[in-house]
Design a binder for this molecule. Structure first.
Ligand code: ATP
Ligand code: MG
Length: 548
């Protein structure tokens, strides 16, 4: 696997060399208000891989200072997904566990005359803030005495005021060209139950105050975040400096990862789930890590995909196809390649002995001998793909079965189609054929060349299976639909379900087992699978359908 190498690594290496830091300590700080998605994977992999490459370490810190949407379900999901991706944080911390220490730092700022309790409402604060071209206006409460501020802040904590009645603001510069520096709010009142703290707190620190402090408390050296926080960096430094923390972390920004035509923001993913447009966060069409896992992506494919996208300070958008390619590269030599017939057509081999089943040798992966072989069944009745048969061979490019035409059933015999039966709808329901016992695979037969090789599944031992085939959840953005709400751009054909058969050896398959179904694509066993009906999700096709 490729070593991680990017502009942040260069910064880290020079910080180590100059002695600015002794060790690289990073953190991944998700907000536990949703499941992780593929965009988070960029942040996770960047933090963990950089620290690992430079012999440092990474903490996981739940940024749970915004209680409204946070939940234990998401904490558990994030822990699980991180572990699945293959990363183990050195420490697991919760932002809310620092509430007491954060409160003390707020008191320090008040005592230094650098913070004040404001009575302006949220709307008034926005109005006073000014714009990019106009300076803001000082709040009438800006010059309260230190004593009054200490008293009011303590009473805020005690719960004497209602939500929104007061805030604590940093006293910086209402005329700063950087709007984030115009007396940002540091604490707000919220009478709400916190998923870890219960009712202990009714004041909650804002991200811009809590985050740099948490980084400093943990001794984080390089605090990596996405580029939209670029103009918060001065405030980050202001907080660290004025709170006189023991450690001095620094913030570095990188571009976000977007996938073309894919909704990624948590807010939208939540809408998809809540409005039942998908079956849950782990719907295989979702860009969440749990969705990608269920779809059949492997941790290595995700890591290689992310590393392959590189990293810069500019947001990047890549296509799904790169993710598919990473999966194919990962599983090509690793996944077993059993036979599955997704749209079955029965073939009866009229000259094969009635009631006989023989077992033929079949390699588990044609490109990787080390994976060994297994026996596959063959008898008078087999299933082939509907698309592998046509009544009349249309031209020399048709390398499959047709009436009067002979093909090899892979790892078995040559068969020649002789006639067909139709069902009540006029569709071909059975193909009759004859086989040539001389042509058994492995016998060295080279009398004549078949018109192609097709796969099959023996009928009496076959296991019934459901195959779920996916297309993108959203239809492509066009001139006509670009202004529609994203819920109106949902692709109505994003799942199609087919019923067919897989070979007997898959009877004991378990959820998340990966396969390359010969000639069909990469598939994974779904958790909905039962003994009576195995269920497989198509991860991706065998070849890229991407056209340049
Ligand atoms: P969203 O915008 O999807 O709601 P978020 O940024 O609010 O996500 P957090 O839980 O705060 O989600 O994210 C944790 C970390 O993951 C942050 O450092 C954030 O910058 C990073 N991150 C989130 N989405 C992406 C992305 N698409 N590309 C790169 N990093 C991301
Ligand atoms: Mg966030």
């Amino acid at each position: 696997m490729a070593e991680i190498n990017n502009f942040i690594r260069t910064i880290m290496e020079s910080d180590l060399e100059s002695g600015k830091v002794k060790e690289i300590i990073t953190r991944f700080p998700p907000e536990p208000n949703a499941y992780l998605h593929i965009g988070h994977a960029r942040a996770i992999i960047t933090n963990f891989e950089l620290a690992k490459a430079l012999n440092g370490y990474t903490n996981l810190r739940f940024d749970d200072t915004n209680p409204a949407k946070e939940d234990q379900e998401f904490v558990d999901g994030i822990l699980y997904d991180l572990k699945w991706l293959g990363y183990e944080p050195k420490n697991v911390y919760y932002g809310s566990d620092y509430f007491e220490k954060t409160y003390e730092k707020a008191i320090m700022l008040i005592k230094k005359g650098l913070a004040y309790v404001d009575d302006l409402s949220q709307e008034e604060i926005s109005k006073y803030r000014g714009t990019l071209s106009e300076p803001g206006k000082n709040s009438p409460w800006r010059d309260r005495s230190v004593e009054e501020n200490l008293d009011l802040f303590e009473r805020m904590r005690k719960g004497e005021f209602k939500d929104g009645e007061k805030t604590l603001r940093a006293k910086i510069d209402m005329a700063s060209p950087n709007i984030n520096m115009r007396d940002p709010v540091m604490y707000r009142i919220l009478h709400i139950n916190h998923h870890r703290q219960g009712n202990k707190w009714c004041i909650f620190p804002m991200y811009d105050f809590a985050h740099p402090l948490q980084d400093a408390f943990e001794g984080i050296t390089h605090s990596l975040c996405s580029i939209e926080y670029d103009n918060h960096r001065v405030l980050y430094d202001w907080v660290v400096e004025n709170c006189e923390t023991e450690h001095t972390p620094h913030q570095y920004e990188f571009g976000r990862l977007n996938i073309a035509n894919t909704i990624m923001s948590k807010r939208y993913l939540r809408i998809l789930v809540d409005s039942k447009l998908v079956s849950g966060y782990d719907d295989p069409r979702m860009p969440t890590l749990c969705g990608l896992r269920r779809r059949g992506f492997t941790p290595d494919s995700i890591r290689n995909f992310i590393l392959g996208t590189g990293l810069s300070r500019v947001n990047s958008t890549v296509t799904n196809d790169e993710l598919f390619e990473a999966l194919r590269n990962d599983l090509k030599l690793k996944a077993p390649r059993p036979n599955a017939v997704i749209e079955p057509l029965k073939v009866i081999i009229d000259n094969y002995p009635e009631g006989q089943v023989e077992y033929l040798d079949c390699p588990n992966n044609q490109e990787n001998e080390e994976m060994g072989s297994r026996k596959i069944a063959f008898s008078k009745e087999v299933y082939i793909e509907k698309s592998d048969f046509i009544l009349e061979k249309p031209n020399k490019h048709w390398k499959r079965l047709a009436l009067g035409v002979e093909v090899r059933l892979m790892h078995a015999y040559f068969i020649k189609a002789t006639s067909v039966e139709y069902d009540e709808n006029g569709e071909i329901s059975v193909v009759h054929a004859t086989y040539d016992p001389e042509t058994r695979s492995g016998s060295g037969f080279d009398g004549r060349k078949p018109n192609g090789n097709i796969h099959f599944v023996e009928a009496t031992t076959a296991k019934k299976a459901e195959f779920r085939l996916f297309e993108p959840l959203m239809v492509d953005e066009t001139e006509e639909n670009k202004d529609l709400d994203f819920t109106e751009r949902i692709n109505p054909n994003s799942v199609s379900v087919k019923y067919g058969y897989v070979e007997e050896s898959l009877a004991s398959t378990k959820p998340l087992d990966h396969y390359q179904f010969i000639r069909n694509g990469y598939y994974v066993t779904d958790k909905d699978s039962t003994d009576d009906l195995l269920v497989f999700n198509r991860t991706c096709e065998l070849k890229s359908s991407f056209k340049l």
